[in-house]
Design a protein around this ligand. Structure first.
Ligand SMILES: CC(C)(COP(=O)(O)OP(=O)(O)OC[C@H]1O[C@@H](n2cnc3c(N)ncnc32)[C@H](O)[C@@H]1OP(=O)(O)O)[C@@H](O)C(=O)NCCC(=O)NCCS
Length: 215
């Protein structure tokens, strides 16, 4: 028998560890989570939310009146692609912003963004669609985060930093003021970025040095 789905609830794409953190952020913000679709459609629950199929189930869920969706996939390119597909199917991408995050009223948000517990985002920063600002990350004033980028847990951007689309900063990475990080670039865990980085490179260490193209 199919599970009864919460009317008005959010559909989640992805049923892994990142999805668990997103589900708890959404609940803490007062949302109901209705259903999960996952590449592994084996019927099960994740934090009490039923996995109802893979992404082929999305059309049916939309037909049942569910219109809010969140893409809880860590892979930046895949998250961007799935977000685009979900919008084409008529879903609205909601933001999952944990109420413990401290966010300046002047911050501008796109759609489909995760802001996890303990984050701080300061004045006039802009956060692009489908970005992840993970647990305890800090974004100081006037930063620009590109679409589907990911700031790892406890990473920190000083003021006026820009992070390109789909770029990824590992856990604990740090960036000094005014630096620009290119699209699709990866900064390894604990790296300290003190110079601009071009698109699609891997940089590691303190100070962060380019080790080649991103894997
Ligand atoms: C940088 C990173 C992407 C490289 O991954 P990888 O290509 O699989 O790298 P490997 O583990 O094969 O290591 C390659 C070399 O880089 C070194 N290295 C790896 N990560 C490093 C890091 N963060 N800082 C410094 N050196 C690092 C390794 O010691 C190894 O050195 P060696 O060749 O001298 O032995 C990865 O180590 C990393 O830091 N990922 C961040 C993960 C994260 O924070 N996730 C958060 C999820 S929410």
């Amino acid at each position: 028998m199919s599970p009864t789905l919460a009317i008005g609830g959010v559909v989640i794409i992805g049923g892994g560890g990142h999805a668990k953190v997103v589900i708890e952020s959404l609940r803490a913000a007062g949302e109901t989570v209705a259903a999960i679709v996952d590449a592994d459609p084996t019927p099960r629950t994740v934090l009490g939310v039923p996995v109802v199929g893979d992404d082929l189930a999305l059309a049916d869920l939309h037909g049942q009146g569910l219109s809010k969706l969140f893409v809880a996939i860590g892979d930046n390119s895949l998250r961007e692609k799935l977000g685009r597909k979900a919008r084409e199917q008529g879903f609205v991408l909601v933001n999952a912003i944990h109420p413990s995050a401290v966010i300046s009223p002047s911050v501008q948000f796109g759609e489909g963004i995760a802001v996890m517990a303990g984050v701080a985002i300061n004045a006039d920063s802009r956060i692009g669609d489908l970005a992840i600002v993970n647990t305890g990350a800090v974004v100081d004033h006037d930063c620009v985060l590109g679409a589907a980028c990911h700031l790892g847990p406890a990473s920190a951007l000083a003021g006026n930093v820009s992070v390109g689309a789909r770029a990824f900063l590992g856990v604990g990475a740090r960036v000094i003021p005014g630096v620009r990080i290119g699209a699709d670039t990866i900064v390894g865990a604990g790296g300290v970025v003190i110079r601009d980085l071009p698109d699609a490179v891997l940089a590691i260490g303190v100070p962060a040095k380019i080790k080649g193209d991103r894997p």
